[in-house]
Design a protein around this ligand. Sequence first.
Ligand SMILES: [Zn+2]
Length: 94
Amino acid sequence: MPNNVSDLLLGGDAAARLVQQIFVPDVTLARIRCEACDGVTGIGALTVYAAPMGAVLTCPDCDNVLIRVVDTPHGLWLEMSGARNVRFPAPVSN
Ligand SMILES: [Zn+2]
């Protein structure tokens, strides 16, 4: 058990490994919680407005913008400020 906050600090590599675990699972299995209405739905059930450079995905219950994805020459941008959280199911163990 850590004695203070500095005991919880990790290096950038450890943080990168943690975040990498989030992006490996199949995103279609993820459940997203809307910041505006607290509704929870599957990523595949979101309403999608597509444009040449990317897409906006909105909550099917209240139309709040949950995800913006923009593909530019400088990189792929993902903005999710409209989502409270995204839950990936635990891996199934055999
Ligand atoms: Zn909503």
